[in-house]
Design a protein around this ligand. Structure first.
Ligand SMILES: Cc1cc2nc3c(=O)[nH]c(=O)nc-3n(C[C@H](O)[C@H](O)[C@H](O)COP(=O)(O)OP(=O)(O)OC[C@H]3O[C@@H](n4cnc5c(N)ncnc54)[C@H](O)[C@@H]3O)c2cc1C
Length: 413
């Protein structure tokens, strides 16, 4: 079997069109730095960050009009109506060309597509998919991270509105985001999983404040809400259906790779490069068997992950519900990341810890960035295993995949 992904003539022409757009529209100084996490690579708070935010907001509007911002989303909701191959091509070229991805996350758009009314899809999904508005998921609270059902934020009905009071933590968003999506307890007397609603909270709004958390990896936000007034049509699904809606959010997050088909791992590529350079220079480390074994192990690990991504891509293309497969790919990626960190330290020694501002930092500080990044999203690594256990029937509860944009029949593209 040939695992190479091949493209048709039409798809190759599309690739050329994308490359031409990038060349004509994205100046060198506006490209996303290789090691950034989307908007968080802008060196938050700096003039450069503000300039890049403004530039990309404009560009996202252009991309939205072309349907390139959310290529596989339905046309009637502002998307491109393209195939998964088009999306993969766009992802690959955007990655190479340093195009900053849209400023919303799919986990806030998809629950509206799956669970929202037609009016809510028009009101929320269309402007988000076109890049006119932005959104981000705000789920985690001080006492509800992995145990998300332990949410304490309250929503109390007040006439036509809801009043929301509570706190979120670790939210990777920015001050100017238009909506924050997440759960709030609507019925404190009901049992867990049947006591929350899922809301799109507007921002800015009276009573909502954000504060930076100063982590070594960046500045996610604390969010405080004090009687924040939210109109009734910002509740997605029924008032106590929020846990089901969140299933769509969490499954989306677990599936991770979406339509990406050929993930690049620059850390592994540069590790191989270090060994090649050392060999060329004839140094002792260039022929050290331990360093060689470490490098090859990282290389093999990455290629195993790449095969899982191909499988996820195929499931995505065929609109098949992902049971354990998406979560397994994600898990391999996260564990691979941890093992690669250790191998990088073995091969590169203390150079692996020189940050991007140090003139001696190899590859612009790429390795230091990788050392500091960690696999936090969608719960920790253990939580990934809990999800897989539920899906393969060796857990206290058995759980089927939640409906997603691609598997929910009413919204399938
Ligand atoms: C940089 C960063 C950005 C983030 N961005 C966002 C964001 O944008 N939006 C958002 O909503 N959240 C965000 N988060 C929060 C993230 O999703 C949570 O950190 C994650 O869900 C884990 O929750 P916790 O930190 O409370 O850890 P805990 O839930 O307290 O877990 C602590 C440890 O216990 C383990 N554990 C917990 N329960 C079990 C179990 N049942 N079985 C086995 N092991 C278990 C976990 O794996 C982990 O190792 C972010 C976090 C970070 C660090």
């Amino acid at each position: 079997m040939n695992f190479e992904n091949t493209y048709t003539k039409e798809q190759e022409e599309f690739r050329m069109e994308v490359r031409a757009w990038i060349k004509a529209n994205v100046p060198e100084n506006m490209r996303m730095p290789a090691m950034s996490r989307g908007i968080f690579g802008y060196e938050e708070g700096s003039d450069r960050a503000a300039e890049m935010m403004a530039f990309w907001k404009e560009k996202h509007l252009e991309l939205g009009k072309k349907g390139w911002l959310y290529p596989t989303y339905p046309k009637q909701y502002g998307g491109g109506g393209f195939t998964a191959e088009h999306e993969a091509t766009l992802a690959e070229e955007f990655h190479k060309g340093g195009v900053v991805p849209h400023h919303s996350d799919a986990q806030t758009i998809d629950p509206v597509l799956v669970w929202g009314t037609e009016a809510q899809k028009q009101k929320f999904v269309v402007p988000l998919v076109r890049g006119e508005k932005t959104s981000h998921r705000a789920l985690t609270e001080p006492q509800s991270g992995s145990d998300l059902a332990n949410v304490r934020t309250r929503a109390v009905r007040d006439g036509d509105d809801w009043l929301i009071t509570g706190q979120r933590v670790f939210i990777s968003t920015f001050e100017g985001v238009d909506y924050l999506s997440g759960p709030a307890m609507t019925d404190p007397d009901a049992p867990r999983h049947r006591n929350v609603g899922f809301f799109l909270i507007p921002n800015p709004v009276k009573g909502l404040t954000m504060q930076n958390m100063n982590l070594i990896t960046g500045k996610p936000k604390f969010i405080f809400m004090d009687n924040v007034r939210v109109p009734a049509d910002h509740l997605i699904g029924d008032p106590t259906q929020g846990w089901q809606v969140m299933g769509t959010v969490l499954d989306q997050e677990q599936q991770s790779s979406g339509s990406a088909v050929a993930p690049e791992n620059r850390v592994v590529t540069t590790l191989v490069d270090v060994m090649q350079q050392n060999r060329k220079r004839g140094t002792h480390s260039g022929s050290d068997p331990v360093l060689q074994q470490n490098t090859v192990s990282a290389w093999i690990d990455h290629h195993i992950y790449a095969l899982f991504v191909m499988r996820t891509h195929w499931l995505f293309m065929s609109k098949t519900a992902m049971g354990w497969e998406g979560a397994t790919g994600r898990h391999i990626n996260r564990e691979e990341g941890l093992r690669t960190k250790a191998r990088v330290r073995t091969v590169m020694g203390m150079y692996a810890h020189l940050g991007k501002n140090d003139p001696l930092a190899p590859y612009g500080g790429l390795q230091d960035w990788q050392q500091m990044s960690y696999p936090h999203t969608a719960g920790g690594i253990n939580i990934g295993k809990v999800i897989i256990a539920r899906r393969i029937g060796i857990s206290r509860t058995r759980e089927r995949a939640a409906p997603t944009r691609l598997t929910a029949t009413k919204t399938t593209v």
